[in-house]
Design a protein. Structure first.
Length: 367
């Protein structure tokens, strides 16, 4: 029998790893927990023999050199816990000064509950969806509460004597020539183990689950907006509260409208005659085309505001404005008759810049 194999560790395993491996084997294979199971009893004997040798540095070194002389192990009891010997009561653990000064009569506190992590995904939203709202169906793989332990992380069993302190409730540690006794952290100073990590979730209190989630995206979302669903993230460790699910919006650009906050901006081309004499111009808005009136003498780049034609404001029943910027289109004049008319017209028009109104008027419109 290979002693390292019996404990399930490698030959380079450190003493702490060997001790933990023995504790796991002892908890799982002890005959009191497996009555009438000869296979478990045999595996327990092998693990106990391996622990007896590998926990002693001198005997382990001799075993590694090929001197196969393991010490005899007490026979496995048929029932109860008589003779339940984990060979730890006479051993000393190496401790640091921090462990010495941190030791107290109170047992080590159990791990605290922790809030679950937030989950985040991204989705692309069209301009039209950002105006009217949208629905998205997202697939989530997240942590849910473990059904075996109800999210606690531990399940009751035993009680069985603590293998680390051999049921004494205290462990002894050495620092140089000094020997210290302190409460056993594995059993919280009670000497018995009454709980073990949940085998389903390995002590986390949560397991993976997969599900689909319907998310409502409200009107008015913009680039980088976050739609948060409280409590839809990972459930917390050891019974902690769940995190949130956050859907990040990526907004697709629009060929006509440019968004700034809750306002929209667009360009409207008009002819030179309309700009000079004034008139009515059709403008595209998110709600459909409307006709606005531009005054005589409208200049290139002049803006008109259409109130409440912009983007819905999140959380309130209001909208931003639509700003219409005039872009004057000047045609090419090629005919002699047209050139002559323009020359005559130039004599009747005042020089550029005189009498111009550079303010940004409200646009009167009709749908």
């Amino acid at each position: 029998m290979d002693l390292y194999e019996a404990l399930g560790v490698g030959r380079d395993a450190k003493p702490a790893e060997i001790r933990r491996a023995w504790q796991r084997k002892a908890r799982a294979l002890h005959p009191a927990l497996n009555p009438g199971d000869p296979v478990a009893a045999q595996h327990y004997r092998e693990a106990a023999e391996a622990w007896e040798v590998l926990s002693d540095p001198k005997r382990r070194a001799a075993y590694d050199r090929g001197e196969r002389e393991p010490a005899p192990v007490a026979p496995v009891p048929e029932g109860g816990f008589e003779g339940f010997d984990f060979s730890a009561r006479v051993r000393l653990e190496k401790v640091s000064f921090r462990e010495i000064f941190d030791a107290s009569s109170s047992p080590r506190p159990r791990p605290e509950a922790q809030r679950g992590e937030d989950l985040e995904q991204a989705t692309r939203v069209s301009f039209e969806e950002s105006m009217s709202g949208a629905e998205r169906r997202v697939h989530l793989v997240r942590h849910e509460r473990c059904p075996a332990c109800q999210g606690i992380g531990d399940v009751a069993y035993g009680p069985v004597p603590c293998p680390r302190c051999a049921g004494q409730g205290q462990v002894r540690g050495s620092r140089g020539h000094m020997i210290f006794a302190r409460p056993c952290s594995d059993c919280e100073g009670s000497g018995a183990l009454r709980h073990q990590p949940c085998p389903s979730c390995h002590g986390e209190g949560r397991t993976f689950s997969s599900e689909w989630l319907d998310v409502r995206i409200p009107p008015g979302v913009g680039e980088g907006s976050h739609v948060r669903l409280p409590g839809a993230g990972n459930v917390g460790r050891r019974g902690g509260p769940p995190g949130d699910f956050v859907l990040t919006v990526e907004l697709e650009p629009h060929p006509v409208f440019r968004r700034e906050g809750d306002d929209l901006h667009c360009l409207v081309p008009i002819g030179m005659i309309e700009a000079a004499m004034g008139g009515h111009v059709e403008v595209t808005t998110p709600d459909g085309p409307v006709t606005i009136e531009v005054p005589a003498g409208t200049q290139n780049g002049q803006r008109f505001r259409l109130r409440k034609r912009g983007v819905p404001r999140l959380g309130v029943d209001e909208r931003g404005d639509l700003w219409v910027e005039v872009q004057i289109v000047i045609p090419a004049v090629t005919g002699d008759r047209a050139r002559q008319l323009l020359r005559e017209l130039a004599g009747e028009i005042p020089p550029s810049g005189q009498g111009e109104d550079k303010s940004e008027p409200e646009a009167s419109s009709r749908s």
